[in-house]
Ligand binder design. Structure first.
Ligand code: XIL
Length: 658
């Protein structure tokens, strides 16, 4: 039996704004016989036609006419061309049917190869009836099988009428992206990425009317990144590469340097030279880096499992994975704040298969990672999610890991695109992943489309960026390189080998730094106030005091979700947020009473430290001393400690002077 059980269900309720995933098209035959065949075998004879249905508002329906019976139902079949069905997943099949008299057909769900399947006898009368069945496919050795749905009518002569055939995946409903979704991108961006902010300018406590103020977003909350392949060269290309990265992006990921096979070419002799060289530069730029990738089950080239690890089996292999995760995450604790903990679980299966294929290695890896650095964000990462149809398989791996106790914090979607796409297909794929409920990052976008002109490449990049930026679940967007000479798919690069720009370079820059950024020069009103709508993120402010421009060096993090009002005193050169005044700390300790997770931003707008909520703890940040924030040494300077108090996000400006 292909289906374990069949149950009649009364109705399938879909949530508001959500619709079940429909697995076949033209089940209503409005597109005539597209995707449907009629097969006769043995002694059976008959025809299939598409006719207007006599059911009200039903349009067309399929009619199978059997003139000579076969030895069994299957000898005459109205058969759908096939669709993928996953094992251990529940589906509902529904349709309308009638016959010219009381007689039966057989509903068959059969594998396209071998015709193994499940068969259900359906009794028809001469009036239309609605049939609905829910069943679960039997667990297969493989995850997905191609299934054909057939109405087998060979046992009786006469006419069989079929209409509105639907198959839905019951395990999941997806929010359907409406047709006007893309045209409403700016509305979503305004709602999710921006805020109305109010700044009062004072001098020694007194409001300063009609004074010039410059407002600049230094780093948006939504990060735009690139993978990096820095070299030791000191030539013009290296300089240009770094300058371009710095000009365009504010976030990064190691292209290869952090991969296991790069770090540990010889077992137990890790070499961090390349990782550290990358970090030295990104630190100097104030960038955060993604730790890509702790474990990648790939064996094909020199970038996945180290060759020595490919010789290991069983517990030795598990131990090697554990060593890798714990060692690197201990070493880079506080420095790397997020990881692609497991890369490509769908495609690079060597590790899992070698360990028995039950995917338990993945949940173990996530558990080790969380135990080693509880503040790091733990991502899983995969391709063929923005295009092709592997998102369901991906989500089922994610779900399996999580159900086995593996703490996944976010879902990485690589986004290497090679197929023609529409904004809608990209948006729907992101939405389907978002419906799982975890944050999403686009981790490796590039567009490598055969024959695409440079102009259409620019258009495609901006479409994907707009879809991602306007989708509330997406937290950041990373390009997989930008220069042809250091790009695994050179035709996708923004810059050609000689550094001439493809049109995409300017449009990418314009979106990130102009359209989706905030820069304004304005004047305070009579009460010394400036009000503006801007992107969430870290700002710098310059205020004209007489003839002198005074720039606030303190990082000011504004967010439409919480930090909306700001006061700047150009006499004391201090900043208060949401009515909270800054405090200056002359010892090495900042103490507060906010019993929650705390993030400390440094003057470059970058997260300087994170403190996880510990029961009964209060905010204690030390500079070098022993305290809750072990291992974090904050130097003199201005910081913003961000936490949640009574359900409200608050920023505590802090100045450390020792
Ligand atoms: C690629 C690099 O870009 C190449 O330089 C290297 O030869 C192979 O790996 N998905 C991933 C990345 O997760 O690590 C891959 O990077 C590209 C596909």
């Amino acid at each position: 039996m292909f289906l374990k059980k069949w149950l009649c269900v009364l109705s399938v309720a879909a949530g508001v704004g959500a619709a079940p995933v429909q697995l076949i098209t033209n089940g209503d035959f409005e597109n005539d016989s597209t995707e449907w065949n009629f097969k006769v075998q043995g002694s059976a004879a008959g025809t299939r036609s598409i006719e207007l249905s006599d059911r009200s508002n039903a349009g067309k329906c399929a009619v199978a006419t059997v003139t000579t019976t076969g030895s069994d139902y299957f000898q005459a079949q109205l058969v759908q061309v096939g669709f993928p069905m996953k094992s251990t997943t529940s589906y509902t099949i529904s349709f309308w049917a009638k016959a010219d008299a009381v007689k039966s057909l057989q509903l068959a769900l059969q594998e396209t190869l071998g015709y193994k399947g499940t068969y259900k006898t359906v009794n028809l009368s001469s009036s239309w009836q609605y049939f609905e069945y829910t069943g679960q496919t039997r667990p297969q050795s493989h995850d997905t099988v191609k299934i054909q749905l057939a109405f087998s009518v060979g046992k009786f002569t006469g006419k069989f009428y079929i209409d509105d055939v639907k198959i839905v995946d019951e395990n999941k409903t997806v929010t359907v992206i409406p047709d006007d979704w893309y045209s409403k991108a700016d509305e979503r961006i305004a709602a999710n990425r921006k805020g109305d902010f109010i700044v009062s300018i004072k001098k020694n406590g007194v409001a300063v009317p009609s004074c010039s103020v410059k407002v600049d977003l230094k780093k948006g909350e939504f990060l735009w990144g690139t993978c990096l392949r820095l070299t030791t060269a000191t030539d013009d290309n290296e300089k240009k590469y770094r300058d371009t990265a710095a000009k365009y992006f504010n976030y990064g990921v190691f292209e290869n340097a952090f991969k296991w096979s790069e770090v540990e070419r010889t077992q137990n002799t890790p070499n961090y030279t390349e990782v550290n060289r990358h970090l030295a530069w990104t630190d100097s730029m104030g960038w955060d880096m993604r730790g890509h990738t702790l474990v990648w089950g790939r064996t094909k080239d020199n970038h996945g499992m180290p060759s020595w690890a490919q010789q290991l089996r069983g517990n030795d292999l598990i131990a090697a994975c554990s060593t890798r995760v714990v060692r690197e995450m201990t070493k880079y604790k506080g420095k790397l704040k997020e990881y692609d903990v497991v890369n490509e679980p769908l495609h690079e299966r060597w590790l899992d298969s070698t360990l028995g294929g039950d995917k338990s290695i993945y949940s173990k890896i996530f558990k080790w990672a969380k135990a080693t650095d509880p503040t790091a964000e733990l991502y899983i990462n995969e391709f063929n999610i923005l295009e092709w149809t592997e998102k369901d398989a991906y989500l089922s791996v994610v779900d399996k890991i999580i159900k086995a106790g593996g703490p996944i914090d976010g879902i990485g979607i690589q986004g290497h695109l090679t197929q023609q796409f529409t904004w809608k297909s990209i948006a729907q794929n992101i939405q389907t992943v978002a419906d799982y409920g975890l944050p999403i990052k686009i981790t490796e976008n590039d567009i490598n489309m055969n024959g695409a002109s440079d102009d259409s490449l620019a258009k495609m990049y901006s479409t994907v960026m707009r879809v991602a930026f306007s989708h509330p679940s997406v937290k950041s967007f990373v390009f997989w390189g930008f220069w042809e000479q250091r790009h695994w798919r050179p035709a996708a690069a923004l810059f050609k080998s000689d550094w001439t720009k493809r049109p995409a370079a300017d449009s990418v820059y314009n979106l990130i730094h102009n359209v989706w950024s905030t820069h304004l020069a304005t004047t305070t009103n009579n009460s010394g106030v400036v009000a503006f709508n801007g992107f969430n993120g870290t700002y710098t402010f310059s205020v004209k005091d007489g003839n002198e421009w005074k720039t606030i060096t303190s990082p000011v993090v504004l967010s439409g979700k919480g930090n909306k009002t700001l006061s700047i005193d150009i006499g004391t050169m201090t900043v208060g947020v949401n009515g909270i005044s800054p405090r200056t700390v002359s010892s090495s300790v900042i103490a507060g009473t906010y019993n929650d997770n705390i993030v400390v931003y440094g003057s470059n707008g970058r997260v300087a430290a994170k403190l996880n909520k510990t029961s009964g703890a209060y905010l204690t940040i030390t500079r070098g001393g022993s305290a809750n924030l072990t291992g974090t040494h904050l130097s003199n300077g201005t910081y913003f400690a961000k936490t949640i108090h009574n359900g409200k996000s608050i920023m505590l400006p802090v100045v450390i002077v020792k």
